[in-house]
Design a protein around this ligand. Structure first.
Ligand code: SDX
Length: 429
């Protein structure tokens, strides 16, 4: 008997089955042989929310939720945040290796020279209401980009695929900045390709009448590190949406609009916006005890806490907390920080949170920094979507190149009515 198997005994029939184990995982399809009657469909696994189901093999991002480890292509997030920049990390995530000097120069040139969007996209965005949520504008505009680049449907041609990937990475800051300027009633600012990726984003957000915008280097670096921290996170909800939609072989713009739509949810990337609204609602440290009581009574969630994978401190939250101090040196301390620190102190001590492994996640402190940098709260999920673009696209490429992958089509347990005949209206009780 090989040791790399499970021996399953079906006590309903007394039959035993040898199920191969590979990488501590069994293939769900190997359960289908387990039947009571030969014409049965066969055994399935039931996993709402996919809490214990691997949907793919991947070599992009590694997370150890117990130890609080996050690595992109093997490099610890702490080292990348300390020594790299977002565009270099985007190259690493997409291609699997850190770029050489020459590779980086070509990559940076290609990205920084695709930052403009078609003028019709500007007009399309003008059609949104003045108070449209920037994330709604972002999602709709990314989907609309599929109509400007119809060749994007040619997903099996490597050169065409790479062109769309570069366009999306390059243009999402422009679309995000335009949605911000629209919500402020300000004229859109065109890209300045002499600035860095993140510096140009700040330029398109903040430039007013000055001839040339000069980003504050501390804020530029802080935002660039935040982009590094948000670049990928293995099979999260938004990335799973990217893979599921992409598995039908639609174009990357349409798939990514779906991924961004998933990210918008308050349980996912919308949590940073929800954290700020929670802190503003609490308003003062003295209101915290009542709020904690409401959380324990299941009337509220402590937004920015908890994670499906991390049952330890989210390593990104630790780095973000350090960035906060650097940003506040420039912007002045955010008064909400005191409330956040007190909430964290209580949550790290209180049995209710400790026994549920509820630690601060990436969204808890990022919103406080964004608010200190004068971003409106509604922009927070957009600030998450910009850097996550390379993660979504890299996972999409990995899915397309994986010979095992096919169109996503989960099964169900049907517990509804058995066959019954139609009842004419006149005879219904
Ligand atoms: C992101 O997956 C990723 O990688 C996502 C992300 C990425 O980079 O892509 O890391 C980004 O989305 C971070 C998560 C941001 N969301 C929030 O901060 C929203 C608040 N958090 C929760 O909604 C929740 O923690 C989730 C959704 C993040 C995780 O939910 P799970 O894994 O399904 O956990 P669960 O709901 O099973 O919770 C276990 C227990 C439950 O209590 P019991 O019923 O067992 O008694 O913990 C409780 C939950 O009620 N709980 C919370 C809580 N989170 C979980 N109670 C209060 N406040 C919370 N925040």
């Amino acid at each position: 008997m090989s040791e790399d198997t499970l021996t399953i005994t079906d006590n309903r029939t007394g039959r035993t089955y040898e199920i191969p184990v590979e990488n501590d995982t069994i293939k769900a399809m190997n359960l289908r042989q387990i039947k009571v009657n030969d014409d049965d469909f066969g055994m399935m696994s039931y996993d709402p929310g996919f809490t214990n189901t691997a949907s793919t093999r991947s070599t992009i991002t590694y997370i150890d939720g117990v130890k609080g480890i996050l690595r992109y292509r093997g490099y610890p997030i702490e080292q990348l945040a300390e020594h790299s920049n977002y565009l270099e990390v985007a190259y690493l995530i997409l291609f699997g290796e850190l770029p050489t000097k020459e590779q980086y120069q070509v990559w940076e040139y290609d990205i920084l020279h695709h930052t403009f969007v078609h003028e019709n996209i500007k007009q399309l965005m003008h059609a949104f209401r003045h108070d449209a949520h920037p994330m709604g504008m972002f999602i709709a505009t990314v989907a609309a980009m599929s109509t400007f680049y119809p060749e994007g449907r040619n997903i099996h041609d490597q050169d065409t695929r790479m062109k769309q990937i570069q366009r999306l990475i390059a243009k999402v800051p422009t679309v995000a900045a335009f949605s911000y300027r629209h919500s402020r009633g300000l004229p859109y600012v065109y890209p300045d390709n002499d600035l860095s990726y993140t510096g140009n984003f700040l330029n398109m957000l903040d430039k007013m009448t000055q001839v040339r915008y000069e980003p504050d280097p501390v804020l530029e670096r802080a935002l660039d590190v935040l982009f590094i921290l948000h670049a990928d996170h293995e099979q999260n909800c938004g990335t799973a949406a990217m893979r599921v939609i992409g598995s039908s072989h639609t174009d990357p713009y349409t798939a990514m609009a779906g991924a961004a739509a998933a990210l918008y949810g308050p349980l996912h990337g919308g949590a940073n916006e929800a954290v700020l609204r929670m802190l503003l609602e609490i308003g003062d440290v003295q209101h915290i005890p009542q709020f904690i009581k409401d959380v324990k009574n299941r009337e509220r969630l402590l937004m920015g806490f908890g994670h499906r994978v991390y049952k330890n401190y989210d390593p990104r939250a630790r780095i973000i907390k350090r960035i906060a101090d650097e940003v506040f040196e420039v912007t002045g301390k955010n008064p909400l920080l005191a409330i956040a620190l007190e909430l964290e102190r209580i949550a790290l001590e209180d049995e209710f949170f400790v026994e549920r492994n509820l630690y601060p996640n990436v969204d808890f402190y990022s919103g406080i920094i964004y608010q200190a940098m004068r971003f409106p709260i509604a922009m927070f999920p957009v600030l998450f979507a910009i850097p996550r673009t390379v993660g979504w696209l890299s996972q999409w490429v990995e899915m397309l190149n994986d010979p095992e992958q096919r169109i996503a089509r989960p099964r169900q347990m049907y517990l509804g009515e058995e066959k019954r005949d139609f009842v004419p209206l006149a005879e219904r009780g």
